[in-house]
Ligand binder design. Structure first.
Ligand code: ME8
Length: 663
């Protein structure tokens, strides 16, 4: 009997906009989940959102909504993105769900009863943005070792989890199960971290309105990380349904990136499970980071990973929209192409660099020239030489049987090892073999010389190969797989086929193909570059950059308060201002929002000499889509009065902290 497969992603903080990094882990998990469904396994694939923590209270206050309204909207944005990215999660878990809150409190109470959680004095350092406590020795040059920001002294009564008691057992478990933590380089980091001696983890803090109360102690709430890690148990039915828990626990694969491996998923998490007497996950795998193109050099990649402040890299959906725009393919196909790019471009486990140009290049090379080409060559041949019907194979068919088996076997082995791009490489070997087969067999010559049986066998083999390719690509590109099957005239769903059907000869003869438009129209890369540039310029910062004033009719007569609230206006200080060569209206400004610094282009150079602007407190539209203006990558817009010509910069009439919301 086929087994079961439980796979998780991290649950994401709702204080960021969902971006490529979140989509990457969730798409990777989706491909693995879909693969295991094809193996006939019962799959539980869980993703979701991490919604407690004081930052949400602050963000909600600034947005003028309740914390619950705030996290509801943010969680919906994550869920929407993952659905748009064709992720077939079985459960979207949110830490504010009542059931989860109860499980967290029960787990806490159990561990306190067993003595694994105790009350003590906490003395150390606290990083507010990371919501993490650190010991003196963990700080890097006196700053937070994770985000490198200032930390503050913290001394308070708190609950501790006895992580230290599990260090030896954890090291033994890692040694005995080399697969437990991967890849190897990351496993070594965990071993080094645990071997140097781990401290007990502080897992509570002074009560706050938005976090989960410590059961029986109104003075304390549970630390967000403890709460978040328990999600994996909640989703498996732990302390809710014994049969469910027995079925799903432990997870087969837990995916995350390297940022949250060593301390959390590699140490506290397995120690918590040991303390609860539960089996450890089979594999915890930390992949690398997506980096933005201009930041890919150097050793320390941590703080250069792609994050919410990085303009057009933020939205995977936008990447797909751009791809659909320049290629003319369907949006669903573009989304699959972005999924393909993510999983093919980056070796699972290493860092990768994101460039839209590279997405377009792969679209042309792998999807249009290889896969699309095989389909687009085969179908017209079947129309021309066999009236659009799947021929009867005859005894000489099966010439691609070995290649089909090799691809299915290679991809299966790779996917079991979590080598997603290795699996795609194996499938593309088959696509390449199919294309070579067309050239070698030259069906047009077989037709000319009247070799009907050979011609039929050739056409059948090609169609049958495409059928198998459809199944093999379906974990990565589910819509494309279905398009391929539809064009081959196969009923049913590629994604619901069986992996075992990836053997030659399973295509029923006699069916009719149904050729439509090419799935992947080739992109003219030169024209695409121009088109993308103009698309970027058309979008934000109209007027102020002085390049494209907004048409009057585009200004709605009325906006609702909700529409207005979508604007994120913030107090900012101009820290540098310089002219842009060759652009007499443009200034390149650096503005500080307190914790964050942005570059902004503003079309105000004629009216406002740069030296008069430095030190001015202004109002920044902080959530304006990033755009390249006159060669400057601009992340926001400062407000100024005046239609075509800026007459005055909007400033503040008294002091207030940088980053304060303007309403
Ligand atoms: O850490 N490249 O949430 P988070 C690749 N709530 N993956 C990236 C990435 C990038 N540039 N940026 C983010 C948290 N990720 C906690 C997790 S789990 C019990 C609690 C992905 O929103 C990657 O999976 O900061 C990373 O581990 C995760 O998002 C961090 O998400």
């Amino acid at each position: 009997m086929a087994g079961r497969f439980y796979i998780t992603t991290p649950i994401y903080y709702v204080n960021a906009q969902p971006h490529i990094g979140h989509a990457y882990t969730t798409v990777a998990a989706d491909a693995l989940a879909r693969f295991h469904r094809l193996l006939g396994e019962d799959v539980l694939y869980v993703t979701g959102t991490d919604e407690h923590g004081q930052k949400n209270v602050e963000a909600a206050r600034q947005a003028g909504v309740t914390p619950q309204e705030h996290v509801d909207a943010k969680a919906a944005a994550f869920r929407r993105l993952f659905e748009q990215m064709h992720c077939s999660f079985d459960r979207f878990i949110r830490t504010t769900e009542a059931e989860h809150v109860r499980v967290v409190q029960d787990v806490f109470a159990r561990l306190r009863d067993s003595g694994d959680i105790y009350k003590g004095q906490y003395e150390g350092w606290y990083c507010v943005p990371c919501e993490t406590h650190f010991l003196e020795k963990d700080l890097v040059e006196g700053k937070c070792p994770d985000c490198k920001r200032d930390v503050r002294r913290a001394q308070t009564e708190a609950y501790f989890f006895r992580t230290s008691a599990y260090a030896e057992r954890l090291l033994r478990a890692i040694e005995e199960n080399p697969d437990l933590i991967g890849p190897e380089s990351r496993r070594n980091e965990v071993v080094a971290f645990v071997s140097q001696g781990i401290q007990d983890a502080c897992i509570s803090r002074k009560a706050s309105e938005w976090d989960i109360p410590v059961p029986g102690d109104p003075e304390q709430t549970i630390y967000v990380w403890f709460d978040a890690l328990v999600n994996y148990l909640t989703a498996a039915g732990y302390l809710q349904d014994e049969a469910q828990t027995a079925k799903w626990w432990p997870p087969d694969v837990q995916l995350l990136a390297k940022d949250i491996l060593v301390r959390f998923h590699g140490t506290i998490w397995p120690a918590m499970l040991m303390a609860l007497g539960l089996p450890l996950p089979t594999r915890i795998f930390a992949h690398g980071f997506w980096l933005s193109a201009d930041e890919s050099r150097g050793d320390d990649v941590r703080d250069r990973k792609i994050s919410k402040s990085k303009g057009d890299l933020v939205s995977p959906y936008e990447t797909a929209a751009q791809l659909a725009d320049v290629s003319g393919c369907k949006m669903d196909v573009a989304i699959d192409a972005v999924r393909y790019f993510y999983l093919r471009e980056m070796s699972f486990g290493l860092d990768g660099v994101f460039k839209l140009e590279a997405v377009m290049q792969r679209f042309n090379d792998d999807l249009a020239n290889d896969l699309g080409n095989l389909l687009n060559r085969t179908l017209p041949l079947v129309e021309r030489f066999n009236g659009g019907a799947v021929p009867t194979p005859g005894s000489s068919a099966g010439a691609l049987a070995e290649q089909i088996c090799a691809a299915a076997e290679g991809a299966r082995e790779a996917l079991v090892r979590l080598d997603l791009n290795g699996a795609l490489a194996a499938v593309w070997q088959l696509v390449g073999a199919g294309n070579r087969f067309v050239d070698e067999r030259a069906p047009w010559d077989l037709h000319k010389s009247g070799k009907t049986e050979e011609l039929d066998a050739t056409l059948y083999d090609l169609l049958d190969c495409l059928r198998a390719v459809g199944i093999l690509v379906s974990p990565f590109m589910p819509t494309v797989a279905q398009e391929i099957w539809a064009q081959l005239g196969i009923g049913g769903y590629a994604a619901e086929a069986a992996w075992d059907a990836c053997v030659a000869g399973r295509l029923a003869p006699g069916g009719r193909i149904a050729r439509t438009q090419p799935i992947f129209p080739r992109i003219d890369l030169r024209r695409a570059a121009t088109r993308l540039d103009s698309r970027r310029e058309q979008e934000p910062d109209r007027g102020k950059a002085g390049e494209k004033p907004m048409a009057d009719e585009a200004i709605p007569v009325e906006v609702s308060i909700e529409e207005f609230a979508r604007l994120d206006l913030r107090v900012a200080e101009i820290t540098t201002a310089e002219r842009v060569e060759g652009k007499d209206r443009l200034l390149k400004l650096t503005v500080s929002l307190g914790e964050e610094t942005r570059t902004v282009a503003a079309g105000i150079a004629r009216e406002f000499p740069p030296e008069t602007l430095v030190g001015k407190r202004v109002v920044l539209v902080a959530n304006l889509k990033a755009a390249k203006i006159g060669g400057v990558a601009s992340h926001g817009m400062i407000l100024a009065a005046g239609e075509q010509v800026p007459l005055a910069i909007v400033t503040l009439d008294r002091e207030c902290p940088l980053g304060t919301k303007v309403r």
